[in-house]
Design a protein around this ligand. Structure first.
Ligand SMILES: Cc1cc2nc3c(=O)[nH]c(=O)nc-3n(C[C@H](O)[C@H](O)[C@H](O)COP(=O)(O)O)c2cc1C
Length: 167
């Protein structure tokens, strides 16, 4: 069965909140709508329930490293729709901290990937996935860092690079 792409409109913002291991504790109505889950059925599931097989592991490794270090992170993600299909997002993931500075939970806010970004990121993720399959995660991580550095102007952070690819 060919996979259908679900296109987010400009007003679609997908929000979810997770515990420290990525298990969903909140999902907004748009999340249910886009990913085609009945209301309530995402709670208690790990976010990897919507993981698409085309996603390179290195992207999630990078994301987790950032948020566990209490940093916010921007990244592009291809997600799975429940029965059949997928959608691309530009995601902003951040930790929410307790008063004592420990991490309380994580929040992700996602909107549509731009056409420009999709044209760059889709082939790049295919490339990363091939590298992961052939040579493993370490090599894919090198490619990921190389790509970020090649797209970096002056002292831009990785978040700045991702932002400049989206816009
Ligand atoms: C707040 C938050 C949001 C996340 N959103 C997604 C998401 O939209 N899609 C996704 O595949 N993984 C998301 N993840 C990461 C997953 O928990 C998981 O690490 C990833 O899907 C890789 O799964 P795997 O290690 O089982 O392959 C999110 C994690 C957190 C903490």
């Amino acid at each position: 069965m060919t996979e259908q792409e679900v296109l987010l409109t400009d007003v679609d913002i997908i929000v979810s909140q997770s515990d420290l291991e990525g298990f969903i504790i909140y999902a907004n109505p748009i999340f249910y709508k886009i990913s085609a889950y009945p209301k309530g059925k995402l709670i208690g599931e790990n976010h990897n329930i919507i993981r698409h097989k085309d996603m390179p592991k290195v992207v999630f490794k990078y994301m987790w490293e950032q948020i566990e270090a209490k940093k916010e992170v921007y990244c592009f993600v291809k997600n799975k729709v429940r029965e059949n299909g997928y959608y691309w997002v530009y995601a902003y993931v951040r930790p929410s901290l307790n008063r004592d500075g420990t991490i309380r939970n994580y929040i992700s806010t996602r909107k549509a990937i731009s056409k420009k970004a999709k044209n760059i990121i889709e082939p790049f993720y295919k490339h990363l996935l091939n590298i992961e399959k052939k040579y493993g995660l370490k090599e894919s991580e090198k490619e990921f860092n190389k790509f970020m550095q090649n797209n970096c102007y002056q002292n831009q952070s990785y978040n700045d690079v991702v932002h400049s690819i989206q816009y």
